[in-house]
Design a protein around this ligand. Structure first.
Ligand code: GDP
Ligand code: K
Ligand code: MG
Length: 267
């Protein structure tokens, strides 16, 4: 059986560099159906039954850009066996915004912190063990440019794909939001699998136009969403965005350690 691994991350996080390192010349390049967004897949060297998909670079899984829609449709509909979320270690805080969303899809995620050569040259350190524990997924430090750490990454992701461990991150959203999400989850159609229910509930709470169109159950949910919006005095999409950022700011304290001893968020 073929194992499918998806490579997801912000633009310029090193996706293509890592993709080339892992697949060599063993690549197929085309376009996603109906759009002029590049589609690139390839067999991973040394793991010939494993396909790597280089997804378009994105900052979020919202429905506003073609790249975001292509990426989320692929992840939801094609259900890859695992995701490598490549992040720029020198821009940790901004990159983790997408990470929190990828962790909600019900697909096992491994985080590859790239650009470690830059982090090290600055004399800085990332407490990956602490971050890994906080967000509930494995992390590997890499330098895609020279291949440092990429063997370890691929061995770990292949293992994860064959023996999936999926943990939903806890503590991102407030109690008010969590309560609404679980009510929405209960009202989702039975056909939606257990692993994808949280993703759909969050998207419905945000009034995501693509998911609303797909599921067509909006009317029963509006009261639940409006109640939270009135309680927290903001629109539901902004509530989710703000709670994500607050979670990341809190989580990252003490994790990016600068040479002079201070950490990223207190400088
Ligand atoms: P993508 O947009 O995510 O596909 O990113 P690219 O693979 O095109 O990389 C963006 C830029 O970062 C390029 O100039 C790469 O050479 C550079 N880059 C990628 N990985 C590394 C790395 O580990 N260290 C350093 N210093 N630069 C890197
Ligand atoms: K690029
Ligand atoms: Mg690229």
């Amino acid at each position: 059986m073929v194992t499918k691994i998806a490579l997801a991350g912000n633009p310029n996080s090193g996706k293509t560099t890592l993709f080339n390192d892992l697949t060599g010349s063993n690549q197929y390049v085309g376009n996603w159906p109906g759009v002029t967004v590049e589609k690139k897949e390839g067999k991973i060297q040394g793991h010939e039954d494993t396909i790597l998909m280089d997804l378009p670079g994105i900052y979020s899984l919202s429905p506003y850009t073609l790249e975001e829609v292509v990426t989320r449709n692929y992840l939801i509909n094609e259900k890859p066996n695992a995701i490598i979320n490549i992040i720029d270690g020198s821009n940790l805080e901004r990159n983790l915004y997408l990470t929190t969303q990828l962790l909600e899809l019900g697909i096992p995620v491994i985080v590859a912190i790239n650009m470690m050569d830059i982090v090290k040259k600055r004399g800085d350190k990332i407490d990956t063990a602490k971050l890994s524990k906080a967000i509930g997924c494995e992390i590997v430090e890499i330098t895609a440019l020279d291949g440092t750490g990429t063997k370890e990454l691929i061995n770990k992701v292949v293992k994860l794909a064959q023996n999936p461990k999926k943990k939903v991150p806890k503590g991102i959203f407030s109690l008010e939001v969590e309560k609404a999400l679980s009510t929405i989850e209960d009202q989702l159609p039975k056909e939606i699998s257990i692993t994808q229910r949280r993703w759909y509930a969050i998207k419905l709470f945000e009034r995501d136009k693509n998911v609303l169109k797909e599921l067509n159950i909006a009317s029963n949910l509006d009261g639940i969403i409006t109640f939270v919006e009135n309680t927290l005095d903001d629109d539901s999409e902004s509530i989710i965005i703000n709670e994500r950022y607050n979670y990341i700011t809190k989580t990252i304290k003490g994790i990016y350690v600068k040479k002079n001893g201070s950490d990223l968020t207190t400088s």
